[in-house]
Ligand binder design. Structure first.
Ligand SMILES: Cc1ncc(C[n+]2csc(CCOP(=O)(O)OP(=O)(O)O)c2C)c(N)n1
Ligand SMILES: CC(=O)[C@@H](O)[C@H](O)COP(=O)(O)O
Ligand SMILES: [Mg+2]
Length: 639
């Protein structure tokens, strides 16, 4: 049996010899590659933390000591060594292991949120809790150099470094510094880390002294502390004043995060400190798998399925992002005022082609969506039209900036939200099911949801023509449907199907318009008259949509967003305010945290399929015909 499969928990690691640890690290890497090959996953980040994870779990005593992983995408090794190696082949499959920590899976897992830059805040809270309760526990937070560019991390560091009580907080911050988010990490912080990373390696010299002293009778902590004091002097002489020491934080490193003994040594040293301490580990994303190490775009940050031997990824078909990327290049040639902003995701959000063509007109702000939004307001005030391209779920943390910096000042900023709607594989905190609800509260903001590639191009350009309010264009993960031409247009509402009597008005939001057309086909077979419309701009609600609703017996809205506060809810409110009494049924994503699974499987489970929707409409029409009342306004799923 492979050593890896014999592990029952982190305690087993402490009994392994250096040779066995090297063998285990190799087995882990093989398992990472073989498991990610057929299904994709965060291979690069996890290959980079094999030794670091082993060291953390050998030096600290999880779950008594708490280990927090920032973003959590690099916790596969942690899962393997905390008793889940045998089921690791179920990674990111429905009902199997999540791709992020999961409290339901293990007592060793704590933070499930995959939004970056939060680990230090959790750790600060945990360390305070244990200090207040007088509990003798360590808290270890592992945070990447990319996540360290996020504002929350610095809010936390400011608190962690506060003098006084901090001395009693046993908090070890491991900076996993591989110099990259997807692409190389940007900004002054990154440059400072690079300086530290490349500073004269006073560590090796010091380690050489320690190794010689190791095992010498009488050489104990006091000697090591004296060495540390000496190191302080050496470091000041050889290495730039610590970025972190200016904050008053103890700093250990930089160390080679792939040298297990050195990493353990540094963690042991940190463990002996009473107060917060930073261990700066230098690692390499993709370490140990040539195809990942050589992958120039992002070192296999999150590849799709790939061939183990060649490292070649399965060809990805056309996705919505590609259409956006292409249109931005075209816009860039026509509009010199248009600039792009990414939060450390240049390729994933599709700004890479624009950046290649117009390198001076794209700004990578690091993992800093709040800064992205407000700096966009500044860019607009300065006479440009910024396009802020982020994944929908990551805009959540910048709601106040959209509201009080962009909208309050009527700034012409366009937010392009990729991965809007159910994304699936990455679990609850990645589904883009919040934006259509959250953004409804922003006065003046205009929100568009294209149903296909042609409308994406149209609506992006319409958004760029709005200079006195923020605009939003949102689209889902994966391939776009075929272009679907309107058969008519009522005001600014596209009519996609008009068949039979005006029984049902099906309002398809964004990509759900195609689904609604398929629903109409099923309803026709039942003799139910249907009009399918695509509002294109879902905020504000078009008066033409209100007029259409008034002409029908039943309105059914369908959106790839949470049902609470989404487009359907707002349409209902608008109809009520207009005195239109046509009953409305809302279909959307249940207002819940959804477990990971494929997008299609989740849409099936929550009833956002033509079959399920058609069934519901037939039931409603039957009820309407019987009692002239289709039953209470229903939102699919639990609010
Ligand atoms: C708020 C937020 N924005 C963007 C992302 C997407 N994202 C996931 S991992 C990652 C890069 C993280 O870099 P780093 O912290 O250095 O970890 P590494 O992958 O290098 O181990 C990004 C941008 C996210 N998870 N959360
Ligand atoms: C961890 C993280 O936030 C990203 O790496 C995300 O998992 C990528 O998602 P896509 O695969 O949809 O680009
Ligand atoms: Mg990194």
């Amino acid at each position: 049996m492979p050593l890896l499969d014999s592990l029952t928990g982190p305690g087993d690691l402490r009994a392994l010899s250096p040779e066995e640890l090297r063998e285990l690290a190799a087995e882990i890497r093989d398992r990472l590659v073989s498991t990610c090959s057929p299904r994709g996953g965060h291979l690069g980040p996890n290959l980079g933390v094999v030794e670091l994870t082993l060291a953390v779990h050998r030096v600290f005593d999880s779950p008594h000591d708490k280990v927090v992983w920032d973003t959590g995408h690099q916790a596969y090794v942690h899962k393997m060594v905390t008793g889940r190696a045998k089921e690791f082949d179920t990674l990111r499959t429905e009902g199997g292991l999540s791709g992020y920590p999961s409290q339901r899976e293990s007592e060793h897992d704590l933070v499930e949120n995959s939004h970056a830059s939060t680990a230090l805040s959790y750790a600060d809270g945990l360390a305070k809790a244990y200090s207040v309760q007088g509990e003798d526990r360590h808290v270890v937070a592992v945070i990447g150099d990319g996540a360290l560019t996020g504002g929350m991390a610095w809010e936390a560091l400011n608190n962690i470094a506060s003098v006084g009580a901090a001395e009693r907080r046993r908090l070890v911050i491991v900076v996993n510094d591989n110099g990259r988010s997807y692409t190389p990490t940007v900004g002054g912080l990154a440059e400072a880390l690079t300086t530290l990373r490349t500073s004269p390696r006073y560590e090796p010299m010091l380690d050489a002294v320690k190794r010689r002293l190791h095992g010498v009778p009488g050489v104990g902590p006091a000697v090591y502390d004296a060495l540390h004091a000496m190191k302080k002097g050496v470091k000041d002489a050889l290495a730039p004043q610590g970025l972190f020491e200016d904050l008053g934080l103890k700093y250990v490193g930089p160390i080679d995060g792939h040298d297990l003994a050195a990493t353990e040594q540094a963690l042991l040293q940190a463990k002996r400190f009473e107060g917060p301490v930073i261990v700066h580990a230098i690692t390499r994303k993709g370490q140990g798998y040539d195809a990942a190490e050589r992958h120039e775009a992002d070192q296999f940050h999150s590849p799709g399925p790939f061939d183990v031997t060649t490292g070649r990824e399965a060809t990805k078909g056309l996705i919505w992002t590609d259409l956006f990327a292409d249109e931005m290049v075209a816009v860039g040639a026509e509009r010199t005022d248009v600039v792009g902003i990414t939060a450390a995701m240049l390729h994933p959000v599709g700004l890479h082609l624009f950046a290649e063509r117009y390198p001076d007109r794209v700004f990578d702000v690091g993992i800093a969506e709040q800064h992205a939004a407000t700096s966009a307001a500044g860019l607009a005030m300065g006479g440009l039209h910024p396009v802020v391209a982020v994944y929908a779920t990551f805009l959540n943390r910048a709601l106040d900036q959209v509201l009080m910096d962009c909208a309050l000042h009527r700034c012409g900023v366009t937010f392009v939200l990729d991965r809007a709607g159910v994304t699936g594989d990455d679990g609850a905190s990645h589904n883009g099911m919040w934006d259509l609800s959250l953004l409804q509260v922003v006065p003046g903001l205009r929100l568009a949801a294209p149903r296909d590639g042609a409308r994406l191009r149209e609506l992006l350009r319409e958004a760029l023509d709005v200079s006195d309010a923020p605009t939003v264009v949102r689209f889902p993960k994966g391939p776009p449907p075929a272009d679907l031409e309107a058969v008519d247009r009522v005001g600014d509402v596209d009519v996609l199907v008009r068949q039979g009597a005006r029984d049902v008005l099906l309002v398809g939001v964004g990509a759900m318009a195609t689904t609604c057309v398929e629903v109409a086909d099923r309803l026709a077979a039942q003799g139910i008259g249907v009009t399918v419309v695509d509002p294109r701009w879902v905020k504000p609600v078009s008066p033409d949509l209100v007029g259409l609703a008034a002409e029908h017996r039943l309105v059914v809205s369908v959106e790839d967003n949470g049902v609470v506060g989404g487009c359907g809810s707002v349409l209902l409110q608008t109809l009520n305010a207009a005195g239109v009494t046509t009953p409305v049924r809302l279909h959307g994503v249940p207002q819940e945290f959804l477990d990971h699974a494929k997008r299609a499987a989740i849409l099936e489970r929550i009833g956002l399929t033509p079959q399920a929707l058609a069934r519901d409409v037939v039931e409603a029409m039957a009820a309407l015909s019987a009692t002239d009342d289709p039953g209470p306004v229903r939102s699919v799923g639990r609010a």
